[in-house]
Design a protein around this ligand. Structure first.
Ligand code: HEM
Length: 287
């Protein structure tokens, strides 16, 4: 990156690399709290902060995709989804670094964490809501500050990625159900029928097929991130409870089953199984 004096560009101030990126501030933000300072606490902090920066970018991309769906722009939305997948693949790489932390390295600073836990990662929960995950009851946001609660409720209440996609399908004339919010986990047969039509004749519905596949790629990338997290946690704390108060590895393993796009997944899995899907073969070109 080169410095510029901004003349004639409308840029108010001269910038250099460090000031443009606020490097002074950024590099001040890793503050170990153990005393004496445990050598590996800086690794733990940096890996979490790096992950949160990637989460921020994922949310930015998901917002872009939801906006694109609102404008029926399927292929631009697919581009955002591909980037989200690439980011989650990148995020999965952090576990390799973190797994160099041994149980005794971690024990050297674990007590100062108190109840601080990844379960307080409001950005990660925002990503889950943006993707379409919903708890069975109202979300428990009691421990967050008011501004964070409002921010998270915005993601929770707003249209998810999947709802945005399905709404686009409705506007394009596909017979989608009016609400996809209730379909969490359990496939809705009416929506399955739409995706069956698409998957039986991909060339006739290419943009939808492309987006559906990108959603599958993204779901898998999130799931692989979760899987690597569980494995890393098991290596580092075994089967001890987490600092956030859950059963630790046992709890995290249950989250591996969270799916965001149940109908696409179920249709893909059953399409060419012996029983096939429920409907007959749709001809190319038909809805
Ligand atoms: C030494 C490393 C780590 C350990 C031992 C660990 C352990 C745990 C445990 C036990 C939980 C369950 C909640 C609890 O009871 O605390 C959890 C949740 C979580 N952790 Fe980690 N973690 C580690 C690193 C990370 C990193 C680097 C991230 C990246 C941001 C992260 C993100 C999360 C998230 C988002 C959750 C909530 C998952 C959910 O509820 O679906 N963790 N972690």
């Amino acid at each position: 990156m080169s410095a510029t004096n901004g003349q004639g560009t409308g840029v108010a101030e001269a910038k250099d690399y460090a000031s443009y990126l606020a490097l002074d501030q950024l590099l001040q933000l890793q503050k170990p709290q153990s005393r004496p300072i445990a050598a590996d606490e800086i690794l733990f902090i940096a890996v979490h902060q790096i992950s949160e920066l990637w989460f921020k970018l994922v949310l930015h991309e998901l917002s872009g995709a939801i906006r694109d769906f609102a404008g029926d722009a399927l292929l631009p939305a697919a581009k955002h989804l591909a980037r989200c997948q690439a980011i989650f693949n990148q995020l999965s790489g952090v576990w390799q670094v973190l797994e160099t932390l041994t149980p005794s390295d971690y024990q050297a600073f674990r007590p100062i964490l108190g109840q601080a836990s990844g379960s307080g990662s409001f950005q990660f929960h925002g990503i889950e809501y943006a993707l379409g995950y919903r708890e069975s009851g109202d979300p428990d946001l009691g421990t967050y500050p008011e501004a964070t609660r409002r921010w998270l409720m915005g993601w929770y209440a707003g249209p998810s990625l999947y709802e945005g996609f399905v709404a686009t399908l409705g506007r394009l004339g596909y017979p989608v159900p009016t609400s996809t919010r209730s379909t969490q986990g359990t496939p809705d047969p009416a929506l399955e029928a739409v995706f069956e039509t698409v998957y039986r004749a991909p060339h006739a519905h290419w943009a939808i097929y492309e987006v559906s596949e990108k959603l599958m790629d993204l779901e898998e990338a999130v799931q692989l991130w979760r899987f690597r997290h569980v494995r890393a946690v098991e290596r580092i704390i075994g089967h001890l409870p987490g600092t956030g108060g859950t059963s630790g590895v046992t709890y995290l393993a249950t989250t591996l089953e969270r799916r965001f796009f149940p109908e696409i997944r179920s249709v893909r899995m059953r399409l060419f199984s012996s029983g096939g899907c429920t409907r007959g073969l749709a001809g190319e070109g038909s809805l």
